[in-house]
Design a protein around this ligand. Structure first.
Ligand code: APR
Ligand code: ZN
Ligand code: ZN
Length: 361
C-alpha cells in the first residue's frame, strides 16, 4: 500500500518550493517508513533548491528530522514500529575500508531507501541527503534511524540530525576538545553556536565566540561562550591571541566557510593547536598561505564532516544530556513553523535572523 502525504518539493533551479502531494511506498527489505514530527530548515536544503548540489530535480527537501517509525520492511531488527527516532544522512556500512579500519565516520557508502518516492504523476523525487523529511511521512533505510528517548521534544531532537550535531561533533569528536582547553569558534550561526555548546560539554576553560553580528555573540554567550569578539570592529586573530596569553587557542573551529575566516582560524591557533574546518566553502574559493607558515606551525588542520559523528553512539547520549538539562537544544529552535512556511524560512535564514526554523507536523 502506498501512502499519499503532503511534502515540500523543489521543482526547478531557484524556483520557490511548493507544497505537493507525494506518494510514499510501503517499506521494502531494509527500509523504514517514518512519520515525521519535526524537521529543521538547513542551508543545504536551500542549496538543493538553488541547484548548487546537482540538478536531479524535483527534490524532496528536509533532512534534519525526528519522528516515529510507522512500519518496517523485511529483515529490519534495529528499529520497530512505535520507536521515536532521529534520522541521519550517513548510515555507516560496516564493510568499507574506513569502517573496517575503525573510522566509520569516514564511511561514505550511502545507505538510503532503495524504493523511490514520487509525485502523483509518477515523477521520481530525489530526497535531500537521502532523507526528504519536509513531509508527513518519508521512506529511509532502517540504518538511517536511531532510536532515542521519547521524552525529548521532536523539534529539539531533529536538530541533532544535521547542523547541531555538526557543531557539537566538531568540538567533541574532530577537535577532541578537552578539559581546560581554550577554544575559539569563528562564526556563531547554528553550527558555530553548537560548537560552543560542544566545547562547554567537553570542559573547555575558555570559549571565545567570534562573529560579525552582536546578536549571534549574545546567543553564544548564553550557550557557554566565556568571551565574545566582534570581528567587524577588531582583528579576530589578535583578539584571540590576547585572550589566550599570546599563544592562540588550543582548538579553533571555523564555522563560516570563507577564505578570510579560514585564514583567521589558521593563525589563531596555538602552535601545537588544532584547526577544525566545519564551514563549507564554494568551489571557486582559494586560500593563499606562505609555505613557511604552513611548515612552521605544528598542530593539526582537520575538516569535520557531520561532526565526525556516529549516530548510534552520539544521538542517544546527547538526548540523555538534553533530558538531564545539561545540553540546551531548545535555544537553537528560534521558531517553529508549518510545512507551507519553508520558503519564508529560507528568507529568514538568508537574512541571518535565525539559528533554526523548525517545521513541526
Ligand atoms: N567573520 C565571522 N563571522 C562571520 C563572518 C566573518 N567574516 N561572515 C559571516 N559570519 C557569521 C554570520 O554572522 C553567522 O552568524 O557566520 C555565521 C554563519 O552562520 P549561519 O549562516 O547560520 O550558518 P550555519 O548554519 O551556522 O553554517 C555555517 O557551516 O556546515 C557549514 O554549510 C554550513 O558553511 C556553513 C557553515
Ligand atoms: Zn563503511
Ligand atoms: Zn543540513
Amino acid at each position: 500500500m502506498a501512502h499519499q502525504v503532503r511534502a515540500v518539493v523543489a521543482r526547478g533551479k531557484g524556483a520557490p518550493v511548493s507544497l505537493e502531494t507525494i506518494i510514499v511506498p510501503d517499506p521494502g527489505p531494509g527500509e523504514a517508513l517514518v512519520k515525521i514530527e519535526a524537521c529543521g530548515v538547513c542551508h543545504t536544503d536551500l542549496h538543493y533548491r538553488e541547484g548548487g548540489i546537482n540538478d536531479e530535480f524535483p527534490f524532496l527537501l528536509g533532512h534534519e528530522a525526528a519522528g516515529v517509525v510507522e512500519s518496517v520492511g523485511e529483515g529490519v531488527t534495529d528499529v520497530a514500529p512505535g520507536d521515536f527516532v532521529i534520522l541521519n544522512w550517513r548510515a555507516v556500512c560496516g564493510q568499507c575500508r574506513a569502517c573496517l579500519r575503525g573510522r566509520p565516520w569516514y564511511c561514505f557508502s550511502t545507505h538510503n531507501a532503495k524504493q523511490k518516492m514520487t509525485l502523483t504523476d509518477g515523477t521520481e523525487l530525489s530526497p535531500a541527503l537521502g532523507i526528504g523529511a519536509f513531509a508527513e511521512k518519508t521512506l529511509v533505510a532502517a540504518g538511517q534511524c536511531t532510536k532515542v528517548d521519547r521524552a525529548a521534544s521532536a523539534a529539539a531532537a531533529g536538530l541533532l540530525g544535521c547542523g547541531v550535531m555538526a557543531g557539537i561533533g566538531a568540538a567533541i569528536n574532530t577537535g577532541n576538545v578537552g578539559r581546560g582547553d581554550s577554544v575559539a569558534v569563528i562564526g556563531c550561526g547554528g553550527v558555530g553556536a553548537a560548537a560552543v555548546v560542544g566545547s562547554s560539554l567537553a570542559g573547555a576553560a575558555k570559549i571565545i565566540a567570534v562573529d560579525i553580528d552582536d546578536l549571534k555573540l549574545e546567543t553564544a554567550r548564553k550557550l557557554g561562550a566565556t568571551h565574545a569578539v566582534n570581528s567587524k570592529n577588531s582583528d579576530a586573530v589578535e583578539a584571540i591571541r590576547e585572550l589566550t596569553g599570546g599563544f592562540g587557542a588550543d582548538v579553533v573551529i571555523e564555522a563560516v566557510g570563507r577564505p578570510e575566516t579560514y585564514q583567521q582560524a589558521f593563525y589563531a591557533r596555538d602552535l601545537a593547536g588544532t584547526v577544525v574546518l566545519v564551514g563549507v566553502p564554494t568551489p571557486e574559493m582559494k586560500l593563499e598561505l606562505p609555505l613557511l607558515d604552513v611548515f612552521g606551525r605544528g598542530g593539526a588542520l582537520k575538516s569535520s564532516w557531520y561532526g565526525d559523528c556516529l549516530p548510534s553512539r552520539d544521538f542517544p547520549m546527547l538526548i540523555d544530556l538534553y533530558l538531564q538539562g545539561r545540553l540546551d537544544l531548545d535555544t537553537f529552535v528560534t521558531e517553529t513553523i508549518a510545512l507551507d512556511e519553508v520558503e519564508k524560512a529560507f528568507e529568514r535564514m538568508h537574512r541571518g535572523d535565525v539559528l533554526r526554523s523548525v517545521v513541526v507536523l
